[in-house]
Design a protein around this ligand. Structure first.
Ligand code: NOJ
Length: 727
């Protein structure tokens, strides 16, 4: 074909026109090709690419096997594969290269749960923008992020990838990430298509076991689990990934109601629904399809547009259309969505990445951002006054534990391109800090010993004034398929803590983790506890910044920390029962006969190095229209201590009389304020009537007139009430 025969290559035409022009000339086989995604492209795929039988690759590793760690290799391979598609296939449709760029590309940011602790959508947006700018240099055009599964289940390893348990927080952060990845204009060559995943209910995997079944009604889905997805769709996310789980017996890859009717028809999502890895083929094992052919039929009917790695569409769709079992219009719709994405990304104009200039390696600027993000992820949950440390003061400090010299272990769960050797380790950062203070290279007051020899640790701890113990999980213990039954510290760590404390040495426990842990004994024993998740490439620097008080700790817990694994699920999703447990009587009358029911650390909790007091909140106006009304919550917040702080003022809501049971507290808004020592400020937080919308029994969204209880305070368990009337 010549140039004029190919109107889809004309950027002056509109997207839909280009897509339709292409669709009109495609053979059935070429259409099926656009629904087929492979993992890696290998030399064996060359003919398939030439014939138009491959649409996309998920690991973006290119046409020749190569060592991806060599600079430039990734992009060279990708461009080589792309050349086959663009220059040697009949229609020249470019390949779409995806990759899991989840919490950074080369500059690795904190895990998403750590990012959520910052409660900062602009920060999330900025980190996503940097990740996109780095990944596109290597030929990547699409990332499978953000994940926004709402979960109250710390045993489930994938909470590390989540944006916290509260739907408004997860939705706002997800929307920020979508903006950061995609930008205003997706043809910007330094932006990526993004993917809202995993649609939907995956965070409810029974027993916290990955890939497990989910039993939940549509009302709870809509009021909780679907909300962040709707926020991402409103923010313009271009792809959505189906989840591995079933929902009440229907696997998501066959869930016509939720994929086609809710996501596509009701919400108007016009992007690509991509399967999760092998998800179409798994319909056979899930027991709703007899074979792969049947699975392909169910998935295309349900609305899965792109088959990730199960080969079901490429093997069977053409035949299913020939035999009349699948309408060709269903296939056309899937192809249209994939082509629309390729046009939107500008791939027809700029299929290659090799001409982009720059290196994806961390720079001073991206490191500064990663450091700011890691600082914001630090959540101080206890402090007897031992923190901040003073590197120029008296006494000796011991730094020990399993992560002292670590790089790779602190990067976090989803790292394909980050490099352990690029991480600033805790030892390096603290040595530098103590060295600077004492004028010697390693500091005279800091002992550093990794945790391998507990006897030696105890010896040094005996003479230390403070011991900083780096505890918690290696990054490999959380994430996909990393579920646990015991959410305590890994074996041996508590023993060391107990022994050091028994010596009388105050301990600062630094906890690396991808999930809420049972920290009950750590909180009882240690003088100070900081939860730092897996902080990424600037792990050590951010830790040093916070421990010595160059930065005031300001992160807040984005998930509830339970009293024990037996208390799960414990979370802010609790709806009222007919027999509520009055807080003051919990001790005597809880729902367990062997334990209290409250959490160990509530959602939203986090301290600073000063003390903060809240006054009585007010709301104005006290009555606002149910339709479009707004109001301002005001509360006076005072820094009553001697250090500055960044306080996160949180506003929760409870709807006391509704069509369905509504959560006892649900985060609706928050505001971060800086307060100097002794400063008092009246903080204003805006709320809107639409913030109190919910889905009623008839599955439609509503905002009721009547009272809304607004609860304001420093965390979800320390709240003062005021009432807003919607009229
Ligand atoms: C499976 C995971 O569930 C998903 O989150 C990821 O994006 C894909 N694999 C691709 O690696």
């Amino acid at each position: 074909m010549t140039g004029t025969d190919r109107p889809w290559l004309d950027p002056a035409l509109g997207t839909e026109e280009r897509v339709e022009a292409l669709l009109a000339v495609m053979t059935l086989e070429e259409k099926v090709g656009q629904t087929h995604q492979v993992a890696n492209i290998t030399p064996d795929d060359e003919d398939a690419i030439r014939s138009g039988a491959v649409s996309s690759s998920l690991y973006a590793s290119g046409a020749t096997a190569g060592n991806e760690r060599d600079e430039g290799m990734l992009v060279a391979n990708i461009d080589a594969a792309q050349r086959l598609a663009v220059e040697e296939s009949r229609l020249g449709i470019p390949l779409l290269f995806g990759r899991d760029v989840i919490h950074g590309h080369r500059t690795v940011f904190p895990i998403p749960l750590g990012m959520a602790a910052a409660f900062d959508e602009e920060l999330a947006e900025e980190c996503a923008r940097v990740a996109a700018a780095e990944a596109t240099l290597e030929g990547v055009a699409w990332t499978f992020a953000p994940m926004m599964d709402v979960s109250e289940e710390p045993r489930w390893g994938r909470v590390a990838e989540s944006l916290g348990e509260q739907p408004v927080l997860a939705g706002r952060l997800a929307a920020g990430m979508v903006r950061g990845f995609q930008g205003e204009d997706l043809t910007d060559r330094r932006r990526l298509a993004s993917c809202a995943k995993h649609y939907v209910g995956y965070g409810l995997s029974t027993g916290g076991r990955d890939y497990n079944t989910v039993s939940v009604g549509e009302n709870t889905l809509r009021n909780l689990h679907l909300r962040p997805f709707r926020d991402a769709v409103r923010a313009g996310v271009t792809t959505v990934m189906a989840a591995f789980n079933d929902v009440d017996g229907t696997p998501m890859h066959a869930h016509r109601r939720l994929l086609r009717e809710v996501l596509k028809d009701e919400w108007g999502f016009d992007g690509v629904v991509v399967a999760d890895w092998g998800g179409v083929g798994q319909l056979v094992r899930q027991g709703v399809a007899g074979d792969l052919r049947d699975a392909a039929r169910l998935a295309i009917e349900a609305g899965v547009d792109l088959d990730m790695c199960s080969d079901a569409y490429t093997a069977h769709l053409a035949d299913l259309v020939h035999s009349g079992e699948v309408e060709e219009s269903l296939l056309d719709e899937a192809v249209r969505r994939v082509l629309r994405l390729k046009v939107r990304l500008g791939l027809f104009e700029h299929p290659y990445a090799g001409d982009l200039e720059g290196s994806p390696a961390p720079t001073d600027a991206t490191r500064a951002l990663a450091r700011r993000a890691a600082q914001a992820a630090h959540v101080l949950v206890k402090n007897d006054g031992v923190l901040p440390l003073d590197p120029s003061g008296e006494g000796r400090v011991l730094l020990s534990g399993g992560f002292v010299d670590e790089g790779d272990a602190l990067l976090g769960t989803w790292v394909l391109d980050g490099r352990g050797e690029e991480v600033v380790s805790p030892a390096d950062a603290l040595r530098a800090r103590f060295g600077e203070a004492s004028g010697t290279p390693f500091g005279e007051r800091l002992d550093v010993l990794d945790g391998r020899f507990p006897d030696q640790v105890l010896e040094l701890a005996r003479r230390a004034t403070t011991a900083v113990l780096l505890l918690g999980e290696h990054r490999g213990r959380s994430g996909e398929d990393r579920c646990v039954t015991d959410i305590g510290l890994p074996p041996g760590q508590l023993d060391v803590l107990r022994h050091v404390v028994a010596l009388g040495t105050p301990v600062v426990a630094v906890v690396y983790t991808g999930r809420p842990l049972d920290l009950t004994e750590v909180l009882d024993l240690a003088a100070a506890v900081v939860v730092v998740w897996h902080p990424g490439v600037e792990a050590g620097s951010a830790l040093a910044d916070v421990l010595v008080g160059d930065v005031e700790p300001h992160g807040r817990l984005p998930m509830t920390f339970p009293l024990s694994v037996g208390h799960l699920p414990t979370s802010t999703h609790q709806r009222p029962t007919g027999r509520p447990i009055p807080v003051e009587r919990d001790r005597f009358e809880g729902r367990y006969v062997d334990a209290l029911t409250h959490s160990r650390l509530p959602f939203g909790y986090g301290l600073s190095y000063t003390t903060v007091e809240y006054g009585e909140p007010t709301v104005e106006p006290a009555t606002t229209p149910v339709d479009g009304g707004r109001a301002t919550v005001r509360v006076t917040v005072s820094n009553t201590g001697s250090r500055p702080c960044r306080e996160l003022v949180q506003v929760y809501a409870h709807d006391p009389v509704a069509d369905v049971t509504r959560p006892e507290v649900e985060l609706v808004a928050w505001r971060s304020v800086e307060l100097a020592p002794g400063e008092s400020r009246e903080v204003e937080v805006e709320v809107s009537a639409v913030d109190f919308a919910y889905t009623g029994r008839d599955l439609t969204e509503r905002v009721d007139s009547g009272e809304i209880v607004l609860l304001t305070g420093p965390d979800s368990a320390t709240l003062r009430r005021t009432t807003l009337t919607l009229a």
